[in-house]
Design a protein around this ligand. Structure first.
Ligand code: BT5
Length: 268
């Protein structure tokens, strides 16, 4: 077992340590995902290795976007999984699984507020983004680095977009990084083990049902922006067995399955 040595002593992560096969705390890093993708080339980083910082200087979002959080203000965590019970065709479930784990984390901490999972994996409180997920396949195609950012201590002025929030802004105070991280890792590990036990079957493992249960997207009118920049409006009707969002269109009447893209919740 390896830990972050001297760095880890500066930050007590003893509760979180229990859930990681290897845990490294970094005082500063460009991107925990980039770092762990590089480390993943080495088998000394086993399944469920974790890298964490509260000072990520070049955080990455999906589709080359940026994740921004000031020093000491947010949690950035990346988890390396090397599944043996199922193959790459099931990897599309990791972002949703991580979003669900983060949803559980946030919901367990805040007293009041509506916590929702906006497809595919933004956690929002009262419609404001508190967490984002970026999952990336390792160079050998046999693993995934699941990155998550969670806003902890930012004031409104310290957040990069107006439609964002932090745990502090939701009235959660007096917690340590370890308090938050242990909830996320425990939730993610449970979901991952259940999913592995069922060879990556989202129905038998209960993952699909749990994701649908906390989804704030299903049932809403949404505008979908596809990676090719085309857009359409419809009603989010469900999530299929591959984690795709099913959107019902009126004209022509059809259901479209969206694998990758951005969703805007429209007012009903
Ligand atoms: C995400 O992308 O939300 C994925 C964010 C993943 C960050 C983690 S931190 C650990 C790991 N290491 C990394 O380098 N990344 C991962 P996306 O859905 O594309 O959303 C990006 C958009 O969210 C930006 O364009 C902003 O509009 C907004 N945004 C950026 N920073 C934010 C923040 N701190 N809070 C809320 N919204 C933010």
């Amino acid at each position: 077992m390896s830990v972050g040595g001297a760095n880890l002593k500066a930050m007590d992560l003893s509760a979180s340590q229990e859930f990681a096969s290897r845990l490294q705390y970094l005082e500063e890093i460009g991107s925990t995902n980039t770092y762990l993708l590089e480390q993943a080339k080495d088998s000394a980083w086993p399944d469920f290795s974790v890298v964490v910082t509260d000072n990520q200087t070049s955080g990455r979002g999906r589709l080359d976007r940026v994740w921004e959080a000031g020093k000491g203000k947010a949690l950035a965590v990346s988890v390396l999984v090397r599944p043996v019970e199922f193959g790459i065709d099931k990897y599309s479930w990791f972002p949703l699984m991580a979003g669900l784990a983060m949803h559980k984390t946030v919901a367990s901490l805040i007293d009041a507020g509506d916590v929702g999972l906006k497809w595919p994996n933004d956690v929002q409180v009262n419609g404001e983004k508190i967490s984002g997920i970026l999952a990336e396949v390792t160079a050998d195609g046999e693993g995934v680095v699941i990155g998550a950012g969670l806003n902890l201590f930012q004031s409104k002025a310290e957040l990069p977009i107006p439609n964002a929030t932090s745990l502090a802004l939701c009235g959660v105070h007096g917690f340590s990084i370890d308090d938050v991280l242990v909830r996320y890792l425990a939730a993610l590990k449970n979901l991952y083990l259940d999913f592995s036990d069922e060879q990556g079957d989202p129905v038998k493992s209960g993952l699909l049902e749990s994701v649908i249960e906390v989804s704030s997207t299903i049932g809403r009118q949404v505008e979908v922006s596809l990676p090719d920049k085309s857009k359409f409006i419809g009603t989010a009707a469900g999530i299929d067995g591959e984690g795709r969002l099913l959107v019902a269109i009126a004209e022509p009447t059809e259901i479209r399955a969206v694998a990758a893209g951005d969703i805007e919740h429209l007012r009903q």
